[in-house]
Design a protein around this ligand. Structure first.
Ligand code: FAD
Length: 473
Protein backbone atom coordinates (compact mmCIF):
# COMPACT_ATOMS: atom_id res chain seq x y z
CA UNK A 1 0.00 0.00 0.00
CA UNK A 2 1.49 3.35 -0.97
CA UNK A 3 0.32 6.98 -0.78
CA UNK A 4 1.72 10.16 -2.21
CA UNK A 5 1.21 13.11 0.12
CA UNK A 6 1.28 16.56 -1.44
CA UNK A 7 3.14 17.85 1.60
CA UNK A 8 5.19 16.31 4.41
CA UNK A 9 5.96 17.90 7.78
CA UNK A 10 7.92 16.66 10.76
CA UNK A 11 6.89 18.89 13.67
CA UNK A 12 8.97 18.88 16.85
CA UNK A 13 6.69 21.01 19.04
CA UNK A 14 2.95 21.30 19.53
CA UNK A 15 3.15 24.81 18.04
CA UNK A 16 4.67 23.29 14.89
CA UNK A 17 1.84 20.74 14.72
CA UNK A 18 -0.68 23.62 14.93
CA UNK A 19 1.14 25.66 12.31
CA UNK A 20 1.37 22.70 9.89
CA UNK A 21 -2.39 22.06 10.21
CA UNK A 22 -3.27 25.76 9.74
CA UNK A 23 -0.99 26.02 6.69
CA UNK A 24 -2.54 22.88 5.18
CA UNK A 25 -6.04 24.26 5.78
CA UNK A 26 -5.07 27.51 4.05
CA UNK A 27 -3.88 25.46 1.06
CA UNK A 28 -7.08 23.36 1.05
CA UNK A 29 -5.20 20.16 1.92
CA UNK A 30 -6.49 17.32 4.07
CA UNK A 31 -4.26 16.17 6.94
CA UNK A 32 -3.29 12.77 8.34
CA UNK A 33 -1.01 12.04 11.26
CA UNK A 34 1.38 9.16 10.64
CA UNK A 35 2.14 6.49 13.22
CA UNK A 36 4.60 3.69 12.48
CA UNK A 37 2.66 2.53 9.41
CA UNK A 38 1.72 -0.85 10.92
CA UNK A 39 -1.96 -0.79 9.98
CA UNK A 40 -3.16 -3.20 7.30
CA UNK A 41 -5.79 -0.65 6.29
CA UNK A 42 -4.92 2.65 4.55
CA UNK A 43 -5.92 4.41 7.79
CA UNK A 44 -3.02 6.86 7.68
CA UNK A 45 -2.85 7.34 3.90
CA UNK A 46 -3.25 10.86 2.53
CA UNK A 47 -2.80 12.85 -0.65
CA UNK A 48 -2.70 16.01 1.45
CA UNK A 49 -0.41 16.78 4.38
CA UNK A 50 1.32 13.83 6.05
CA UNK A 51 2.32 14.73 9.60
CA UNK A 52 5.30 12.62 10.57
CA UNK A 53 5.44 12.62 14.37
CA UNK A 54 8.62 10.59 14.72
CA UNK A 55 10.37 13.71 16.05
CA UNK A 56 7.66 14.29 18.69
CA UNK A 57 8.44 11.64 21.28
CA UNK A 58 9.16 11.00 24.95
CA UNK A 59 7.53 11.26 28.34
CA UNK A 60 6.33 14.75 29.32
CA UNK A 61 5.26 14.05 32.92
CA UNK A 62 4.99 11.05 35.20
CA UNK A 63 3.50 10.56 38.64
CA UNK A 64 4.72 7.23 39.99
CA UNK A 65 2.24 7.43 42.89
CA UNK A 66 -0.90 7.56 40.69
CA UNK A 67 0.65 5.87 37.67
CA UNK A 68 -0.43 8.74 35.40
CA UNK A 69 2.10 9.24 32.63
CA UNK A 70 1.80 11.82 29.85
CA UNK A 71 3.62 10.92 26.66
CA UNK A 72 4.08 12.61 23.29
CA UNK A 73 2.06 10.97 20.58
CA UNK A 74 4.89 9.85 18.29
CA UNK A 75 6.50 7.70 20.99
CA UNK A 76 6.67 4.04 20.02
CA UNK A 77 5.42 1.41 22.46
CA UNK A 78 8.97 0.04 22.52
CA UNK A 79 10.39 3.37 23.72
CA UNK A 80 7.46 3.83 26.10
CA UNK A 81 7.95 0.39 27.68
CA UNK A 82 11.64 1.10 28.20
CA UNK A 83 10.92 4.50 29.77
CA UNK A 84 8.22 3.02 32.02
CA UNK A 85 10.69 0.34 33.15
CA UNK A 86 12.91 3.12 34.42
CA UNK A 87 9.99 4.56 36.43
CA UNK A 88 8.95 1.21 37.93
CA UNK A 89 5.71 1.35 35.89
CA UNK A 90 4.17 -0.62 33.03
CA UNK A 91 1.20 -0.70 30.65
CA UNK A 92 -1.47 -2.99 32.15
CA UNK A 93 -1.86 -4.86 28.86
CA UNK A 94 -0.20 -4.84 25.45
CA UNK A 95 -0.59 -6.44 22.03
CA UNK A 96 1.85 -8.72 20.24
CA UNK A 97 4.35 -6.14 18.99
CA UNK A 98 5.75 -2.81 20.18
CA UNK A 99 6.58 -1.05 16.91
CA UNK A 100 3.42 1.05 16.91
CA UNK A 101 3.28 4.63 18.17
CA UNK A 102 1.08 5.15 21.19
CA UNK A 103 -1.27 7.42 19.19
CA UNK A 104 -1.48 5.03 16.24
CA UNK A 105 -2.18 2.07 18.51
CA UNK A 106 -4.92 3.92 20.40
CA UNK A 107 -6.50 5.39 17.27
CA UNK A 108 -7.25 1.96 15.78
CA UNK A 109 -8.31 0.21 18.99
CA UNK A 110 -5.21 -1.93 19.41
CA UNK A 111 -5.63 -4.60 22.09
CA UNK A 112 -3.89 -7.50 23.77
CA UNK A 113 -5.66 -10.30 25.58
CA UNK A 114 -7.23 -10.75 29.01
CA UNK A 115 -10.81 -11.49 29.98
CA UNK A 116 -10.74 -8.93 32.77
CA UNK A 117 -8.86 -6.25 30.79
CA UNK A 118 -9.70 -3.88 27.97
CA UNK A 119 -7.70 -2.71 24.97
CA UNK A 120 -5.01 -0.04 25.15
CA UNK A 121 -7.60 2.75 24.91
CA UNK A 122 -9.02 1.77 28.30
CA UNK A 123 -5.67 2.87 29.73
CA UNK A 124 -5.97 6.41 28.28
CA UNK A 125 -7.09 9.06 30.77
CA UNK A 126 -6.65 12.30 28.79
CA UNK A 127 -5.54 13.63 25.42
CA UNK A 128 -3.91 16.77 24.12
CA UNK A 129 -5.36 17.27 20.63
CA UNK A 130 -4.74 19.83 17.91
CA UNK A 131 -8.02 20.50 16.11
CA UNK A 132 -8.73 21.37 12.48
CA UNK A 133 -8.40 25.12 13.07
CA UNK A 134 -4.96 24.56 14.61
CA UNK A 135 -6.14 25.14 18.19
CA UNK A 136 -4.74 22.89 20.94
CA UNK A 137 -7.30 21.46 23.38
CA UNK A 138 -7.26 18.93 26.17
CA UNK A 139 -9.97 16.39 26.95
CA UNK A 140 -10.65 13.81 29.62
CA UNK A 141 -13.65 12.27 31.40
CA UNK A 142 -14.22 15.60 33.16
CA UNK A 143 -13.09 18.08 30.48
CA UNK A 144 -14.85 17.97 27.07
CA UNK A 145 -16.10 14.46 27.94
CA UNK A 146 -17.73 13.86 24.56
CA UNK A 147 -14.56 14.66 22.67
CA UNK A 148 -12.70 12.33 25.04
CA UNK A 149 -15.27 9.55 24.54
CA UNK A 150 -14.75 9.82 20.79
CA UNK A 151 -10.98 10.34 20.81
CA UNK A 152 -10.13 7.24 22.85
CA UNK A 153 -10.52 5.21 19.65
CA UNK A 154 -10.64 8.17 17.28
CA UNK A 155 -9.33 6.79 13.93
CA UNK A 156 -7.39 10.04 13.56
CA UNK A 157 -10.70 11.66 12.56
CA UNK A 158 -11.01 14.31 15.26
CA UNK A 159 -7.64 16.00 15.34
CA UNK A 160 -3.97 15.25 15.75
CA UNK A 161 -3.23 13.72 19.13
CA UNK A 162 -0.33 15.61 20.56
CA UNK A 163 -0.11 13.97 23.98
CA UNK A 164 -1.73 11.01 25.72
CA UNK A 165 -2.06 10.60 29.48
CA UNK A 166 -2.02 6.92 30.38
CA UNK A 167 -2.93 5.24 33.62
CA UNK A 168 -0.03 2.86 34.13
CA UNK A 169 0.37 0.18 36.78
CA UNK A 170 3.35 -0.77 38.94
CA UNK A 171 5.84 -2.84 36.94
CA UNK A 172 4.96 -6.52 37.04
CA UNK A 173 6.37 -9.87 36.06
CA UNK A 174 4.55 -12.39 33.91
CA UNK A 175 4.92 -16.13 34.14
CA UNK A 176 4.48 -17.49 30.62
CA UNK A 177 3.23 -21.01 29.97
CA UNK A 178 2.95 -22.03 26.32
CA UNK A 179 2.01 -25.53 25.26
CA UNK A 180 0.32 -27.44 22.43
CA UNK A 181 -3.20 -28.65 23.21
CA UNK A 182 -5.69 -30.31 20.81
CA UNK A 183 -7.71 -27.45 19.34
CA UNK A 184 -11.03 -29.15 20.07
CA UNK A 185 -10.11 -29.32 23.75
CA UNK A 186 -9.14 -25.62 23.82
CA UNK A 187 -12.45 -24.60 22.24
CA UNK A 188 -14.43 -26.70 24.72
CA UNK A 189 -12.54 -25.23 27.68
CA UNK A 190 -12.31 -21.73 26.30
CA UNK A 191 -14.43 -19.97 28.93
CA UNK A 192 -12.68 -21.57 31.87
CA UNK A 193 -9.23 -20.95 30.35
CA UNK A 194 -10.09 -17.30 29.72
CA UNK A 195 -11.40 -16.91 33.27
CA UNK A 196 -8.52 -18.73 34.96
CA UNK A 197 -5.67 -16.78 33.34
CA UNK A 198 -4.77 -13.09 33.35
CA UNK A 199 -3.80 -13.19 29.67
CA UNK A 200 -5.01 -16.15 27.65
CA UNK A 201 -4.80 -16.71 23.92
CA UNK A 202 -4.26 -19.46 21.41
CA UNK A 203 -2.93 -19.96 17.90
CA UNK A 204 -4.29 -22.64 15.67
CA UNK A 205 -2.85 -23.79 12.33
CA UNK A 206 -5.98 -24.34 10.22
CA UNK A 207 -5.04 -27.85 9.00
CA UNK A 208 -3.41 -28.94 12.25
CA UNK A 209 -4.79 -30.82 15.25
CA UNK A 210 -3.05 -28.77 17.91
CA UNK A 211 -3.37 -25.20 19.07
CA UNK A 212 -0.57 -23.37 20.86
CA UNK A 213 -2.12 -22.20 24.12
CA UNK A 214 -0.48 -19.21 25.78
CA UNK A 215 -1.20 -18.49 29.43
CA UNK A 216 0.51 -15.44 30.88
CA UNK A 217 -0.13 -14.84 34.56
CA UNK A 218 1.00 -12.10 36.86
CA UNK A 219 3.53 -12.97 39.47
CA UNK A 220 2.85 -11.27 42.78
CA UNK A 221 5.24 -8.69 44.29
CA UNK A 222 6.20 -6.73 41.19
CA UNK A 223 8.72 -7.15 38.46
CA UNK A 224 11.92 -7.82 40.38
CA UNK A 225 14.37 -10.71 40.36
CA UNK A 226 13.02 -12.18 43.59
CA UNK A 227 9.52 -12.33 42.09
CA UNK A 228 10.81 -14.16 39.07
CA UNK A 229 12.66 -16.66 41.22
CA UNK A 230 9.54 -17.15 43.33
CA UNK A 231 7.65 -18.12 40.17
CA UNK A 232 10.09 -20.95 39.69
CA UNK A 233 11.74 -19.92 36.43
CA UNK A 234 13.56 -16.92 35.10
CA UNK A 235 13.77 -15.10 31.80
CA UNK A 236 14.88 -17.10 28.81
CA UNK A 237 18.64 -16.90 28.38
CA UNK A 238 19.61 -14.69 25.43
CA UNK A 239 20.70 -17.62 23.26
CA UNK A 240 17.39 -19.42 23.84
CA UNK A 241 15.35 -16.31 23.13
CA UNK A 242 17.26 -15.97 19.88
CA UNK A 243 16.73 -19.65 19.03
CA UNK A 244 12.99 -19.76 19.90
CA UNK A 245 11.88 -16.39 18.55
CA UNK A 246 14.33 -15.51 15.79
CA UNK A 247 15.31 -18.95 14.45
CA UNK A 248 12.21 -21.10 15.03
CA UNK A 249 9.33 -18.60 14.90
CA UNK A 250 10.75 -16.25 12.30
CA UNK A 251 13.57 -17.73 10.17
CA UNK A 252 12.23 -21.32 10.33
CA UNK A 253 8.58 -20.44 9.87
CA UNK A 254 9.51 -17.91 7.16
CA UNK A 255 11.33 -20.68 5.25
CA UNK A 256 8.26 -22.95 5.49
CA UNK A 257 6.09 -20.09 4.23
CA UNK A 258 8.35 -19.50 1.24
CA UNK A 259 8.22 -23.21 0.48
CA UNK A 260 4.42 -23.10 0.70
CA UNK A 261 4.24 -20.10 -1.60
CA UNK A 262 6.47 -21.86 -4.16
CA UNK A 263 4.41 -25.09 -3.98
CA UNK A 264 0.95 -24.31 -2.56
CA UNK A 265 -0.23 -27.93 -2.77
CA UNK A 266 2.13 -28.72 0.12
CA UNK A 267 0.65 -26.01 2.37
CA UNK A 268 -1.76 -28.27 4.31
CA UNK A 269 1.12 -30.69 5.05
CA UNK A 270 3.48 -27.86 6.00
CA UNK A 271 0.73 -26.46 8.20
CA UNK A 272 0.23 -29.84 9.90
CA UNK A 273 4.01 -30.07 10.35
CA UNK A 274 4.07 -26.62 12.00
CA UNK A 275 1.23 -27.68 14.27
CA UNK A 276 2.92 -30.98 15.23
CA UNK A 277 6.23 -29.19 15.86
CA UNK A 278 4.73 -26.90 18.51
CA UNK A 279 6.55 -27.35 21.79
CA UNK A 280 6.07 -26.31 25.41
CA UNK A 281 8.00 -23.61 27.20
CA UNK A 282 7.74 -21.73 30.46
CA UNK A 283 9.61 -18.63 31.51
CA UNK A 284 9.09 -15.47 33.51
CA UNK A 285 10.06 -11.97 32.56
CA UNK A 286 9.16 -8.29 32.79
CA UNK A 287 5.62 -7.94 31.42
CA UNK A 288 6.39 -6.32 28.07
CA UNK A 289 9.12 -8.87 27.31
CA UNK A 290 6.43 -11.55 27.54
CA UNK A 291 3.61 -9.69 25.76
CA UNK A 292 5.78 -8.65 22.82
CA UNK A 293 7.62 -10.96 20.43
CA UNK A 294 9.41 -10.24 17.15
CA UNK A 295 7.26 -10.71 14.01
CA UNK A 296 9.46 -10.70 10.96
CA UNK A 297 7.52 -12.93 8.55
CA UNK A 298 5.30 -10.73 6.37
CA UNK A 299 1.57 -11.44 6.25
CA UNK A 300 -1.83 -9.89 5.63
CA UNK A 301 -4.41 -9.93 8.39
CA UNK A 302 -8.07 -9.44 9.15
CA UNK A 303 -9.39 -9.48 12.70
CA UNK A 304 -12.94 -9.32 14.01
CA UNK A 305 -14.29 -8.82 17.50
CA UNK A 306 -17.21 -11.17 18.17
CA UNK A 307 -19.44 -11.57 21.23
CA UNK A 308 -17.57 -13.96 23.53
CA UNK A 309 -20.41 -16.48 23.62
CA UNK A 310 -20.39 -16.82 19.83
CA UNK A 311 -16.74 -17.86 19.55
CA UNK A 312 -17.47 -21.62 19.44
CA UNK A 313 -19.87 -21.18 16.51
CA UNK A 314 -17.48 -18.86 14.65
CA UNK A 315 -14.57 -21.28 14.97
CA UNK A 316 -16.70 -24.27 14.01
CA UNK A 317 -17.76 -22.44 10.82
CA UNK A 318 -14.20 -21.37 10.10
CA UNK A 319 -12.94 -24.93 10.55
CA UNK A 320 -15.56 -26.10 8.05
CA UNK A 321 -14.74 -23.29 5.59
CA UNK A 322 -10.94 -23.57 5.41
CA UNK A 323 -10.70 -27.04 3.82
CA UNK A 324 -13.19 -25.94 1.14
CA UNK A 325 -11.01 -23.00 -0.02
CA UNK A 326 -9.34 -23.34 -3.42
CA UNK A 327 -6.20 -21.63 -2.10
CA UNK A 328 -4.76 -23.12 1.09
CA UNK A 329 -3.94 -21.06 4.18
CA UNK A 330 -0.37 -20.96 5.46
CA UNK A 331 -0.69 -18.81 8.57
CA UNK A 332 -2.31 -19.59 11.93
CA UNK A 333 -5.52 -18.14 13.38
CA UNK A 334 -5.10 -16.20 16.63
CA UNK A 335 -7.82 -16.03 19.28
CA UNK A 336 -7.80 -13.52 22.15
CA UNK A 337 -10.24 -12.02 24.65
CA UNK A 338 -11.10 -8.65 26.18
CA UNK A 339 -13.58 -7.31 28.70
CA UNK A 340 -16.48 -5.13 27.59
CA UNK A 341 -15.75 -1.40 27.68
CA UNK A 342 -17.68 1.82 27.14
CA UNK A 343 -15.52 3.47 24.48
CA UNK A 344 -17.63 4.65 21.56
CA UNK A 345 -15.73 3.02 18.70
CA UNK A 346 -13.98 0.30 20.68
CA UNK A 347 -14.47 -3.11 19.09
CA UNK A 348 -15.27 -4.41 22.60
CA UNK A 349 -17.91 -1.71 23.20
CA UNK A 350 -20.67 -3.04 25.45
CA UNK A 351 -19.83 -6.72 25.21
CA UNK A 352 -17.30 -9.22 26.50
CA UNK A 353 -15.34 -9.99 23.39
CA UNK A 354 -13.37 -12.70 21.65
CA UNK A 355 -11.00 -11.57 18.91
CA UNK A 356 -10.44 -13.88 15.95
CA UNK A 357 -7.54 -12.88 13.71
CA UNK A 358 -6.89 -14.63 10.40
CA UNK A 359 -3.68 -14.25 8.39
CA UNK A 360 -2.17 -15.30 5.11
CA UNK A 361 1.48 -15.29 4.10
CA UNK A 362 2.30 -12.34 1.87
CA UNK A 363 2.06 -13.14 -1.83
CA UNK A 364 -0.45 -15.99 -1.38
CA UNK A 365 -4.10 -15.50 -2.41
CA UNK A 366 -6.23 -14.43 0.54
CA UNK A 367 -9.40 -12.77 -0.80
CA UNK A 368 -11.68 -15.83 -0.78
CA UNK A 369 -10.48 -16.78 2.73
CA UNK A 370 -11.05 -13.27 4.09
CA UNK A 371 -14.46 -13.06 2.37
CA UNK A 372 -15.54 -16.39 3.87
CA UNK A 373 -14.38 -15.20 7.29
CA UNK A 374 -16.29 -11.92 6.94
CA UNK A 375 -19.49 -13.73 6.04
CA UNK A 376 -19.09 -15.98 9.12
CA UNK A 377 -18.49 -13.14 11.58
CA UNK A 378 -21.27 -11.04 9.99
CA UNK A 379 -23.76 -13.58 11.37
CA UNK A 380 -22.74 -12.70 14.94
CA UNK A 381 -22.41 -8.91 14.50
CA UNK A 382 -18.61 -9.07 14.33
CA UNK A 383 -16.79 -5.74 14.40
CA UNK A 384 -13.58 -5.35 12.37
CA UNK A 385 -10.31 -4.13 13.88
CA UNK A 386 -9.94 -0.58 12.54
CA UNK A 387 -6.33 -1.19 11.54
CA UNK A 388 -6.77 -4.58 9.87
CA UNK A 389 -8.25 -5.60 6.52
CA UNK A 390 -12.03 -5.53 6.19
CA UNK A 391 -14.64 -4.43 3.66
CA UNK A 392 -17.31 -2.84 5.88
CA UNK A 393 -18.61 0.64 5.16
CA UNK A 394 -20.29 3.31 7.29
CA UNK A 395 -23.75 1.86 6.87
CA UNK A 396 -22.73 -1.58 8.13
CA UNK A 397 -20.58 -0.14 10.92
CA UNK A 398 -23.36 2.18 12.03
CA UNK A 399 -25.49 -0.86 12.81
CA UNK A 400 -22.68 -2.41 14.86
CA UNK A 401 -21.85 0.54 17.13
CA UNK A 402 -24.53 2.07 19.37
CA UNK A 403 -22.54 5.32 19.60
CA UNK A 404 -21.61 5.60 15.92
CA UNK A 405 -23.98 8.55 15.38
CA UNK A 406 -22.53 10.33 18.41
CA UNK A 407 -19.03 9.86 17.07
CA UNK A 408 -20.04 11.37 13.74
CA UNK A 409 -21.76 14.26 15.47
CA UNK A 410 -18.70 15.10 17.60
CA UNK A 411 -16.55 14.82 14.49
CA UNK A 412 -18.84 17.25 12.65
CA UNK A 413 -18.54 19.69 15.54
CA UNK A 414 -14.74 19.67 15.79
CA UNK A 415 -13.91 19.11 12.13
CA UNK A 416 -16.82 20.41 10.04
CA UNK A 417 -14.82 20.32 6.80
CA UNK A 418 -13.44 16.81 7.41
CA UNK A 419 -9.92 18.26 7.31
CA UNK A 420 -8.67 15.01 8.88
CA UNK A 421 -10.50 12.83 6.37
CA UNK A 422 -9.07 10.39 3.85
CA UNK A 423 -10.46 7.68 1.58
CA UNK A 424 -10.52 5.10 4.39
CA UNK A 425 -12.49 7.39 6.70
CA UNK A 426 -14.82 8.31 3.84
CA UNK A 427 -15.64 4.61 3.61
CA UNK A 428 -15.92 3.73 7.30
CA UNK A 429 -17.44 6.95 8.63
CA UNK A 430 -19.32 8.06 5.52
CA UNK A 431 -18.28 10.77 3.10
CA UNK A 432 -20.71 13.39 4.28
CA UNK A 433 -20.84 14.44 7.87
CA UNK A 434 -24.16 13.90 9.68
CA UNK A 435 -27.21 15.82 8.60
CA UNK A 436 -30.44 16.43 10.46
CA UNK A 437 -32.03 13.39 8.88
CA UNK A 438 -29.26 11.07 10.10
CA UNK A 439 -31.30 8.60 12.17
CA UNK A 440 -28.43 8.31 14.61
CA UNK A 441 -28.14 12.03 15.04
CA UNK A 442 -29.61 13.04 18.40
CA UNK A 443 -32.26 15.76 18.25
CA UNK A 444 -31.21 19.28 19.06
CA UNK A 445 -33.41 22.43 19.01
CA UNK A 446 -35.68 23.52 21.81
CA UNK A 447 -34.27 21.02 24.25
CA UNK A 448 -30.73 22.09 23.45
CA UNK A 449 -27.88 19.89 22.37
CA UNK A 450 -27.70 16.38 23.79
CA UNK A 451 -25.36 15.94 26.71
CA UNK A 452 -23.29 12.84 27.15
CA UNK A 453 -21.64 12.75 30.50
CA UNK A 454 -19.03 10.25 31.50
CA UNK A 455 -19.56 10.04 35.21
CA UNK A 456 -17.41 7.91 37.47
CA UNK A 457 -19.57 5.30 39.16
CA UNK A 458 -18.86 3.82 42.57
CA UNK A 459 -16.83 1.04 40.94
CA UNK A 460 -14.74 3.59 39.08
CA UNK A 461 -16.09 2.47 35.68
CA UNK A 462 -17.33 5.27 33.51
CA UNK A 463 -20.92 5.08 32.44
CA UNK A 464 -22.58 6.66 29.47
CA UNK A 465 -25.59 8.83 29.82
CA UNK A 466 -27.64 10.95 27.43
CA UNK A 467 -27.78 10.41 23.70
CA UNK A 468 -25.34 7.53 23.43
CA UNK A 469 -27.00 5.51 26.15
CA UNK A 470 -30.39 5.97 24.54
CA UNK A 471 -29.00 4.40 21.38
CA UNK A 472 -27.42 1.44 23.15
CA UNK A 473 -29.05 -1.90 22.60
C1 FAD B 1 3.01 -7.37 12.97
C2 FAD B 1 1.79 -6.66 13.51
C3 FAD B 1 1.28 -7.05 14.74
C4 FAD B 1 0.15 -6.42 15.27
N1 FAD B 1 -0.33 -6.84 16.47
C5 FAD B 1 -1.47 -6.28 16.97
C6 FAD B 1 -2.02 -6.72 18.20
O1 FAD B 1 -1.46 -7.58 18.90
N2 FAD B 1 -3.21 -6.18 18.60
C7 FAD B 1 -3.85 -5.24 17.86
O2 FAD B 1 -4.93 -4.81 18.25
N3 FAD B 1 -3.33 -4.77 16.71
C8 FAD B 1 -2.16 -5.26 16.26
N4 FAD B 1 -1.63 -4.77 15.08
C9 FAD B 1 -2.27 -3.63 14.43
C10 FAD B 1 -1.66 -2.30 14.91
O3 FAD B 1 -1.57 -2.25 16.32
C11 FAD B 1 -2.51 -1.11 14.48
O4 FAD B 1 -2.75 -1.15 13.11
C12 FAD B 1 -1.89 0.24 14.88
O5 FAD B 1 -2.74 1.28 14.49
C13 FAD B 1 -0.57 0.53 14.24
O6 FAD B 1 -0.01 1.67 14.86
P1 FAD B 1 0.90 2.67 14.00
O7 FAD B 1 1.65 3.54 14.96
O8 FAD B 1 1.67 1.90 13.02
O9 FAD B 1 -0.23 3.55 13.32
P2 FAD B 1 -0.50 3.82 11.75
O10 FAD B 1 -0.84 2.54 11.11
O11 FAD B 1 0.61 4.61 11.18
O12 FAD B 1 -1.79 4.73 11.88
C14 FAD B 1 -2.99 4.21 12.39
C15 FAD B 1 -4.01 5.32 12.52
O13 FAD B 1 -3.66 6.18 13.60
C16 FAD B 1 -3.69 7.52 13.16
N5 FAD B 1 -2.72 8.29 13.95
C17 FAD B 1 -1.42 8.02 14.13
N6 FAD B 1 -0.88 8.97 14.91
C18 FAD B 1 -1.85 9.84 15.23
C19 FAD B 1 -1.91 11.04 15.99
N7 FAD B 1 -0.83 11.53 16.61
N8 FAD B 1 -3.09 11.69 16.09
C20 FAD B 1 -4.20 11.21 15.47
N9 FAD B 1 -4.20 10.09 14.73
C21 FAD B 1 -3.04 9.41 14.61
C22 FAD B 1 -3.33 7.45 11.69
O14 FAD B 1 -3.72 8.61 10.99
C23 FAD B 1 -4.13 6.23 11.30
O15 FAD B 1 -5.47 6.55 11.12
C24 FAD B 1 -0.48 -5.37 14.54
C25 FAD B 1 0.05 -4.96 13.31
C26 FAD B 1 1.18 -5.59 12.81
C27 FAD B 1 1.75 -5.14 11.49
Amino acid sequence: MTATPARWAQPRTEAEISAAISDAAAAGLRVRALGSGHSFTPAAATDGLALDLSGWTGIVAADTRTGLVTVRSGTTLRALNAALDGLGLAMANLGDIDAQTIAGALSTGTHGTGARLGGLATQAEAFGLVLADGSPVTCSASERPELFAAARVGLGALGVISTVTLRCVPAFTLAADERPVPVQEVIEQFDSLAAANDHFEFYWFPYGRNALVKRNNRVAHGGNKAAREEAGSGPMPGWRRFWEFEVMENAGFGALCRLGRAAPRFIPSLNRFSSAALSSRTYTDTSHRVFVTPRRVRFVESEYAVPRESLGDVLAELRRAVPRLADPVMFPVEVRVAAADDIWLSTAHGRDTAYVAIHQYTGLPYRAYFDAFESIVAQVAGRPHWGKMHTLDAERLHALYPCFGDFRRVRAEVDPEARFGNAYLDRVLGESLPSDDDPARPRTGRDGPPVIRLAASASGRRERSGACRSLAR
